[in-house]
Structures are given as structure tokens and as C-alpha cells.
Design a protein around this ligand. Structure first.
Ligand code: LMR
Length: 397
């Protein structure tokens, strides 16, 4: 039967990784897949994470199964990082939390659960959204639709259009929001805009599902959780998928969390039993190591403080790269066309150029961006900034 199988095109993001790796050009620049890079272009392990890992290896006594929900201690400590100070949900045990294989695992388990509860629901995603939202949610059988979010030409959020689209979302449907550092646009809702969306969700009754994969990469650990915390306080129910890939640098360890905020503790307890069953039927149990590192780190106040400082360094480096890129492009072009990049958040922004020009950047200059013109700002450095700016200026002509 396998003779009928023909190869698929590469994944829109992971395919860039492979193409970049195969490129022999010594000047090549990877602005593709979303991994943080330092000035030297490597993705180092946070020192605090390395220390937590060393401590873990020293103290770990068993490799016995963790169970479908993962580590209870991780399921206590990570939600504290996400929901700290957000009303009474955690205190009242109204948050059903399971450790998942990355943020992807959380999205998929949530999708499976929502599909079982509301088979006819549509998930409304921002246009644009992260390329992998579609298979993660859609392959679970949920219908997908989109609401206007970002205008590439102006570099701005289309907030009025977004709100009028959400006005017509029925109460049975689900609205997916990015908690911070919107992927791919880098354009985040302001606090007032979060409040307005929250009021609308309250009024219309649709379920809000927040994907927060970059907590700490925008304005700070607490600042970036503003929307999640607001909605936890204000809405009766909420779904939150979070990732430790970026802010703990644990990419390949596949560490994430699915938190479902319910109205009563007994509902949260019931929800966990369903999540466990879903997990058992997909991957049985999450990998333990990454979550054990996170749990070790968060349980140690000195390590946690160090990690918060290390995340701040990463964040500040990306902020200064954003400004440097906008400044350099202004010098090249004599106009401030890319200033919006300075004001966006996290790892990504669109250049706002056509797929043909993105291809030209890759073919002619070995500068790799996603086909949508999304760049990973962290791939820029003092060494390659001028080269990238020249390349972008050249393809704009
Ligand atoms: C990205 O958007 O590039 C990252 O989230 C990595 C991935 O898995 O797609």
C-alpha cells in the first residue's frame, strides 16, 4: 500500500531549518524557525536551567512513570507562574492543569477535549496565526475560521475589524488568542484592547482559549500574562496552553502545560480525568525531564530569580535588535518604513514583503525567513545586521 504515498511539501517552518542547514554560503542568516539565538548565533541553555538540571540529575531517585497528567509539582508550580495574582482560581482549585509535550501537546490535548465536548464548535483564529495552529486544532476535527487581526501593509492591529468579527461569534464557539508576543506578527493587544475583548467574551459567551508560548519575551513574566490573568478573573471559564520551549529554552525536551479554568473545584477535578484519558490515548504520558527541570528551578527561589534575570537579558537583546534593525533600514532607505518592528514584541515580525521577495532573499543572499515574510528577530546580530539590511533593501528595489 505504501507505493501510493507521495512525498508532502516541507513543513512551512521546519522546512526552512533544513534548507538553511544545507546552504553552504558562509554569510547565510537564519531568520526562520522560532528559536532564540545569542550574538554568536547559538541557542544556549540558560545557566539557571543548566544548574537546575544538574541538581535534578544529582537528586533524582527514579525514572518510574509519571502518569498521564505529568508531575503534580510541575502542575502546581507552572500555573503559579502563569496565573499568579489572578483572582481566586488557583486558591480555589478551579484550574485543571496537566503537563504536556510542549505547547503543541497542550494545544492538541485541548483540541481533542473541546471536540468531544462541542463537536460542532468552530475555533476562531487570528488572521494571521501560527502556521501549526491549523493542524494542531484542525486535525482533532475542530472547524477553523479566522478573524481579522493584523495588517501587513501598515504594521498595525486591525482592532475594530477584529472586534466586529468577534461580535458575531456564537456562544458555542471558541476564540483563540495569543497571550503575548503574537506569532507571527509580533503585534500584541494593549491592556485596554484585552479588556475590550474580555468584555465582549463575557457578553457573547464564547469560550476564550489563550496560547501563551513566549511568556517573558515581551515585557516581562508578569506583564506578558496580563491577558491570561485578566480573563481568569473576569470570565467563568478559560483554556490556556503554555510552552516552556522558549522562556526556559527547553525546546527539544517538549515541556508545556494545559490549564483549564473552571467555575468550581469539582469541575476542574472532573476535567483532569478526561484530559488523562485523552492523553492516555495519544501519547500515554508526557516526557518527564524538561518538566522536572522547570519544577526544580521554580521551587528554588535563588534559581528562579536568576532565571527571571536571564529571561530579561534575552528580552532586552531582542528589543535592542528590533530598534537596531529599524534604524539600519531607515539609514538604507531614507524612510522609516520598518519602525513598526521596534514597537512589536517577542521574536517575530513581518517584513511585509511578497513571497517572491522572500524567495529572492533566500536564493540571492541566503537570508532565510518564513514564506509569509515573518522574521525571527533573534536571528539578527551585530555581525549580520548590515548584511541583512542590505539584502532587504536590495529586494525592495
Ligand atoms: C515557530 O513558530 O517558528 C516556532 O514556534 C517553532 C515551531 O515549532 O513552529
Amino acid at each position: 500500500m505504501f507505493e501510493k504515498v507521495s512525498p508532502l511539501p516541507p513543513d512551512p517552518l521546519l522546512g526552512i531549518m533544513a534548507a538553511y542547514a544545507a546552504d553552504p554560503n558562509p554569510n547565510k542568516v537564519d531568520l526562520g524557525v522560532g528559536v532564540y539565538k545569542d550574538e554568536q548565533g547559538s541557542t544556549p541553555i540558560f545557566p539557571s536551567v543548566k544548574m537546575a538540571e544538574a541538581h535534578l540529575i544529582e537528586s533524582q531517585k527514579t525514572k518510574v512513570y509519571v502518569g498521564p497528567a505529568g508531575s503534580p509539582e510541575f502542575n502546581r508550580l507552572l500555573p503559579e507562574l502563569i496565573f499568579a495574582g489572578a483572582g481566586s482560581a488557583l486558591k480555589e482549585n478551579r484550574v485543571a492543569a496537566v503537563q504536556t509535550p510542549g505547547g503543541c501537546g497542550a494545544l492538541r490535548v485541548a483540541a481533542e477535549f473541546l471536540k468531544r465536548l462541542r463537536p460542532d464548535a468552530t475555533v476562531w483564529c487570528s488572521n494571521p496565526t501560527w502556521a501549526n495552529h491549523e493542524p494542531l486544532l484542525g486535525d482533532a476535527g475542530l472547524k477553523l475560521a479566522s478573524y481579522p487581526y493584523y495588517d501587513k501593509a501598515s504594521g498595525q492591529i486591525l482592532f475594530d475589524q477584529m472586534m466586529s468579527a468577534l461580535e458575531s461569534v456564537p456562544a458555542e464557539d471558541i476564540v483563540l488568542l495569543h497571550g503575548c508576543c503574537h506569532n507571527p506578527s509580533g503585534a500584541d493587544l494593549s491592556q485596554d484592547q484585552w479588556r475590550a475583548v474580555c468584555e465582549l467574551a463575557k457578553k457573547k459567551g464564547f469560550l476564550v482559549f489563550i496560547d501563551i508560548a513566549y511568556q517573558g519575551f515581551g515585557d516581562g513574566i508578569d506583564e506578558d500574562a496580563f491577558g491570561v490573568r485578566l480573563m481568569t478573573e473576569q470570565l467563568p471559564e478559560l483554556v490556556v496552553a503554555s510552552s516552556c520551549s522558549k522562556n526556559f529554552g527547553l525546546y527539544r525536551e517538549r515541556t508545556g502545560s494545559l490549564c483549564i479554568v473552571t467555575q468550581e473545584a469539582k469541575q476542574a477535578a472532573a476535567v483532569v480525568t478526561h484530559l488523562n484519558k485523552i492523553v492516555r490515548g495519544i501519547y500515554s504520558m508526557p516526557p518527564a525531564h524538561g518538566a522536572a527541570i522547570v519544577e526544580t528551578l521554580l521551587a528554588n527561589p535563588a534559581l528562579k530569580e536568576q532565571w527571571i534575570e536571564e529571561v530579561a537579558q534575552v528580552r532586552n537583546r531582542m528589543k535592542s535588535l528590533r530598534k537596531a534593525f529599524a534604524d539600519t533600514m531607515q539609514q538604507r532607505l531614507g524612510e522609516d518604513r520598518f519602525r513598526f518592528i521596534e514597537h512589536q514584541q517577542g521574536m517575530f515580525s513581518f517584513l511585509g514583503i511578497s513571497p517572491e521577495k522572500v524567495e529572492q532573499l533566500q536564493k540571492q543572499f541566503s537570508v532565510y525567513a518564513a514564506g509569509t515574510s515573518r522574521i525571527n528577530v533573534a536571528g539578527l546580530s551585530a555581525d549580520n545586521l548590515d548584511y541583512v539590511a542590505d539584502a532587504v533593501a536590495a529586494v525592495l528595489d
